[in-house]
Design a protein around this ligand. Structure first.
Ligand code: 13P
Ligand code: SF4
Length: 312
C-alpha cells in the first residue's frame, strides 16, 4: 500500500486500528511521531500493566522485541505485533538463556530476579521479574538474608546493592546505550548549566550515577521533570524521553546527555528507532510481524511477570 503523504498515513493507521480492533502501545524511547499516535505511552512497567488489562484483539507494541514478548505472555490469545522484529535489545542479548541457566545452577538456593529486559526464555528461568520502576521495591520486599541472583543489568543490580546494602549476585550484562554516557561531557554540561538537575536512569554506570540529582526509571524522571521548579534539566537516558518531557513542560529546557564516543549531542537506541509510522501502518494492514512465544515458555514465564505486577 502506498500512502502518499503523512496526513494520509496517519489517517490510514487510525482506520486500520479501528478495523483490526487494535491498541497501540509505545515506550518513551520510541520515535516522537509514534508516541504521538499511540493510545498509551509509558515505561516498561506501565506498558506491561496496561497490556494486562486490554480487551482489544490486537496489540501493537512500538518498543522492542522483549516488550512484545512480555505482552504476548500476558495476553497469549491476542495478536501481538511489533512493527519491526529487528528491534532487539543489547541488554536482553547480553543474557543467553542457556548461559543464565548454568549461572543459576552455580548458585543453588538463590531467588532469581530478572529485569524485564530479557528474553521470554530467561523469564521462564526466573522467580520474579522487575522493571527499573519497581526493582528496588521488589528487592526490599524480600527478607534481608534472602540470597538473590539479579540479572542481566549489572548497573541496575549494583545500584540496588548500593542502596539496600544487599549483596545480590549479579549477571554481567549491560545496555549499550546507557553504558555510554560520558562523565566528562555531563560534567561540562553541569558547569554550563549549574542549576539544572541531572536526571539519570539506573542502567547507567556508577560513575554517571554519581553525578545524578535523581535516579529512576523513565516514568520517575518524567514525573520529577514535570513537578520540579527547575527550568533546565540534563537528561541521561535514551533521548526519546525528551519528546514527552518537552510536551508536558513546553516552557522548560531538556538537555540530552551525550555518549562518550558520539559526535552528536544525544544518545539514541537504534533498536527503538527501527519502528516507523510506515511499518506501524504495514503491520496493522498485514497483521505481521507477530510475536510468537512457545506455549511451554509462556506457562513458565507468566507467573514471574504476574508476581511483579501484583507487587507494583
Ligand atoms: P524503563 O522503561 O523501565 O525506564 O526502561 C528502560 C529501558 O531500557 C527500556 O528499554
Ligand atoms: Fe535495550 Fe538499551 Fe535499547 Fe533499552 S535502550 S531497548 S535497554 S538497548
Amino acid at each position: 500500500m502506498e500512502v502518499e503523504n503523512r496526513a494520509g498515513l496517519l489517517r490510514e493507521i487510525q482506520r486500520l486500528k479501528q478495523e483490526r480492533d487494535a491498541v497501540i502501545l509505545a515506550h518513551y524511547y520510541a520515535k516522537g511521531e509514534i508516541q504521538d499516535i499511540a493510545d498509551f505511552i509509558g515505561d516498561s512497567l506501565a506498558l506491561a500493566q496496561i497490556a494486562s488489562k486490554l480487551d482489544a484483539k490486537v496489540i501493537v507494541m512500538c518498543g522492542v522485541h522483549f516488550m512484545g514478548e512480555t505482552v504476548k505472555i500476558l495476553c497469549p490469545d491476542k495478536v501481538v505485533l511489533v512493527p519491526d522484529l529487528e528491534a532487539g535489545c543489547s541488554l536482553a542479548d547480553s543474557c543467553d538463556a542457556a548461559d543464565f541457566e548454568a549461572f543459576i545452577k552455580e548458585h543453588p538456593g538463590h531467588t532469581v530476579i530478572s529485569y524485564v529486559n530479557t528474553s521470554a526464555a530467561v523469564k521462564a528461568l526466573t522467580d520474579i521479574v522487575v522493571t527499573s520502576g519497581n526493582a528496588m521495591k521488589v528487592v526490599e520486599s524480600m527478607p534481608k538474608d534472602e540470597k538473590i541472583i539479579f540479572g542481566p543489568d549489572r548497573n541496575l543490580g549494583n545500584y540496588i546493592n548500593s542502596v539496600t546494602g544487599r549483596q545480590m549476585v549479579l549477571w554481567d550484562g549491560a545496555c549499550h546505550v546507557h553504558e555510554k554516557f560520558s562523565v566528562e561531557k555531563i560534567m561540562k554540561l553541569k558547569a554550563e548549566h549549574p542549576d539544572a538537575p541531572v536526571l539519570v536512569h539506573p542502567e547507567c554506570r556508577p560513575q554517571v550515577r554519581m553525578l545524578a540529582d535523581v535516579i529512576g526509571s523513565t516514568a520517575v524522571l518524567l514525573k520529577y521533570a514535570t513537578e520540579s521548579d527547575a527550568t533546565e534539566f540534563i537528561v541521561a537516558t535514551e533521548s526519546g524521553i525528551l519528546h514527552e518531557m518537552q510536551k508536558k513542560c513546553p516552557e522548560k529546557t531538556f538537555i540530552p546527555a551525550p555518549a562518550d564516543d558520539s559526535t552528536c549531542a544525544c544518545n539514541e537506541c537504534s533498536y527503538m528507532k527501527l519502528n516507523t509510522l510506515e511499518k506501524l501502518c504495514d503491520c496493522l494492514r498485514d497483521l505481521e510481524p507477530q510475536i510468537h512465544v512457545d506455549e511451554a515458555i509462556i506457562d513458565r514465564a507468566r507467573l514471574p511477570i504476574e508476581r511483579m505486577l501484583s507487587l507494583s
